[in-house]
Design a binder for this molecule. Structure first.
Ligand SMILES: Nc1ncnc2c1ncn2[C@@H]1O[C@H](COP(=O)(O)OP(=O)(O)OP(=O)(O)O)[C@@H](O)[C@H]1O
Length: 255
């Protein structure tokens, strides 16, 4: 693997203002293939804005975003998703009247640009069936393939959303607060599914729960007032006095 293709996502000199308010300031961010990174920062630091810029929901005032070496700065969200840059847990795309397996099947067909009108004729395609199975297996729902979506508990619906994202074999997954709003008893299955994500998938976790950040990420970028304060290992970030003062306090706590 050479140095160029090893980089899944590269963000350089990203800026975004709303009127006179600069919300993203000269942000650089690099995700290598297989990265397990987290983006943290106090309320209003600009995390959501940055993720919107990276996913394509918002356009930057200036700067550049590359996916696997390809410049995607001028592309919209759907085009970036087709190229393998996905954001999960923002939009629930589950079709409730359909089975769990058919939801995944549909996501695969949509992402590969096949017409939805023919999806019913594809159930016996072994390659497609295999893709559906692999995506469901990663999140532990493979034995529920023919059950209806409505049979899933809330946390399990989150798992299915994750399977939908994985089914299109993305290179980069922006994982927005995976366990937020999920009842405590169900959150562990989601965390375990995140831990089982494919090894070559680059993951950027946006998370308020510091215990989760420290459990799932091996590199952390700290955003403060729209700028990157530092990027480093959890140990380095935790030990940094500026981070302690600005964000963490003296304990890993949810802010
Ligand atoms: N569309 C907008 N128009 C004007 N200001 C905005 C807009 N979107 C965000 N902001 C401002 O940008 C700043 C950063 O907001 P953002 O939601 O990106 O921060 P955040 O780190 O995600 O915060 P939180 O942790 O509370 O979700 C805030 O001051 C916010 O008010």
């Amino acid at each position: 693997m050479n140095a160029v293709t090893d980089i899944a996502l590269s963000v350089r000199g990203l800026n975004r203002s709303f009127g006179a308010l600069s919300v993203t300031s000269n942000v650089d961010l690099t995700l290598r293939r297989g990265a397990r990174a987290a983006l943290i920062g106090p309320n209003g630091a600009g995390k959501t804005t940055l993720i919107n810029l990276v996913s394509g929901a918002l356009r930057p005032s200036s700067g550049r975003i590359q996916l696997l070496g390809k410049d995607v700065t001028g592309l919209g969200q759907a085009e970036r998703a087709r190229l393998g840059l996905l954001r999960s847990f923002q939009i629930t795309r589950l079709f409730k009247p359909m089975t769990i397996g058919d939801n995944v099947r549909l996501a695969i067909l949509q992402s590969s640009g096949r017409r939805l009108g023919i999806w019913r004729d594809t159930r016996c395609e072994p390659e497609l069936d295999e893709q559906v199975f692999v995506a469901l297996k990663t999140v532990g729902l493979h034995d529920r393939e023919s059950a209806g979506v409505t049979t899933l508990a809330y946390g399990e619906q989150r798992l299915l959303e994750l399977a939908l994202a994985l089914s299109t074999r993305p290179s980069v997954l922006l994982l927005d607060e995976p366990a937020a709003g999920v009842p405590q008893g169900e959150s562990n299955v989601i965390i375990q599914a995140v831990e089982r994500l494919p090894a070559d998938l680059a993951v950027l976790l946006i998370e308020h729960d510091m215990d989760l950040v420290f459990r799932l990420a091996n590199e952390i970028t700290v955003l403060v007032a729209g700028s990157v304060l530092m990027t480093g290992t959890p140990q380095k970030v935790e030990a940094d006095e500026r981070v302690q003062r600005l964000y963490l306090g003296d304990k890993h706590v949810t802010h």
